[in-house]
Design a protein around this ligand. Sequence first.
Ligand SMILES: Cc1cc2nc3c(=O)[nH]c(=O)nc-3n(C[C@H](O)[C@H](O)[C@H](O)COP(=O)(O)OP(=O)(O)OC[C@H]3O[C@@H](n4cnc5c(N)ncnc54)[C@H](O)[C@@H]3O)c2cc1C
Length: 431
Amino acid sequence: MQVKEFNYWLTTVAMPTSPVTQLPEAVDVAVIGAGFTGLSAARTLAKAGASVAVLEGQTIGWGASSRNGGMVLTGLKLGVNQLISMYGRERTQRMYAASLASIDCVEQIVREEGIDCSFARCGHLEVACKQKHFEDYARQAEVVAREFRHELRVVPRQELRGEIGSDIYYGGMVDEVSAGLNPAQYVAGLGQAAMRAGACVFEGTRVNTIEAQSRQGSSGWKITTSRGTLWAKHVFVGTSGYTTAATPALQKKIIPIGSYIITTEVLPDSLARELSPRNRMIYDSKNYIYYYRLTPDRRMLFGGRAAFFPETGDSIRRSAEILRKGMIDVYPQLRDLKIDYVWGGTLDFAFDIMPHAGDMNGIYYALGYAGHGVAMATWQGQKMAELISGGKPDNPFVGIPFPGAPLGLYNGRPWFLPFAGAWYKFLDWVS
Ligand SMILES: Cc1cc2nc3c(=O)[nH]c(=O)nc-3n(C[C@H](O)[C@H](O)[C@H](O)COP(=O)(O)OP(=O)(O)OC[C@H]3O[C@@H](n4cnc5c(N)ncnc54)[C@H](O)[C@@H]3O)c2cc1C
């Protein structure tokens, strides 16, 4: 198979670059990471009048934000009943409302900043890999309608052809509120918007250490980077699955997990319509999940956890074949189509599979999106910026318990991932 090991989305956009200038001596807020979280925060902070330095070890959008499936999804990774049992009805309602608001937040930024990224409210479709998964959809739809006044539509197997050109599933569930976009164009636009608002982005500036240090009588932080030091009154960390030992307490709470994507060559119009008649963002009900969609230029984009480890040249190469096989199981119509691109990226999972935000020992953070970060990261960036600016935004993810590894058996190196991968495969077999 002749496949380019390259992120297809990056062929559709010129990423903005920031001028190479010296680091300022002091700023109001240093933001670490130039993805959705960091850039959304930087945009809001700069608009509120703060001086902001975004410190990015690589380039704007280099992390998961340019590499993802572009699915702007409602809901959280965990099911609603589980959320209610963990956090109670009232907080879960606020969390669900936040997850809906996060999609509006992306839409509003796209509109306000004129970001050309094919944002469309095309809805998402979850498809059931087993009869019992399908039976659970009706129960979920009922709870979501009752608790959150949000409508999910259950699609029985015999009507599924109106949603997807595949016969392997037992039924589906549609949420019309979800959206799709081109993530690289979106993060590029967000970067431009943050810089237009006055934030300075420093690419190639890796943060190595953060130490508490006062300056002119004001408490704050001395930040040592690969390009020198600066002082900031506040630090906000948006480093997601790429979190390093610069923030050791956060690194110990986040498991980096690989996710991989292939795209086909451009499909004939009629075939694209057959595969996804309503152009939905689609994912299945397995733990070892597949997610897929058409790109705006009509390629099939097909992703999954082909390997559990964060991306390496080897895991990316192996993923191309694994994902192609998965794609053909779903869509035998694509058997003879060429795969043009394969790439990988790193997801950030907390041990409770929840997003977390707040401040840890005085350092602000938001992360743990578990593959649901396009909307939530944008929203968290905005809400945390409002908090840092002295506001009191409602953020139901602040203050929830943030568990570490059982028995503290994790120092940021995910030695257990092969076992976790095998465990998930086992769960998919038995559940
Ligand atoms: C393959 C894949 C598919 C996905 N699909 C979807 C999807 O369809 N829908 C969805 O909602 N979510 C999806 N996600 C998840 C989503 O992309 C992420 O949750 C989101 O992009 C996180 O954004 P972020 O800004 O927090 O982190 P990132 O975009 O990962 O940015 C973190 C940045 O921090 C920088 N950094 C880290 N440490 C330092 C340091 N010490 N100093 C300086 N810089 C540092 C990194 O270089 C990186 O650029 C997917 C993720 C992947 C990998």
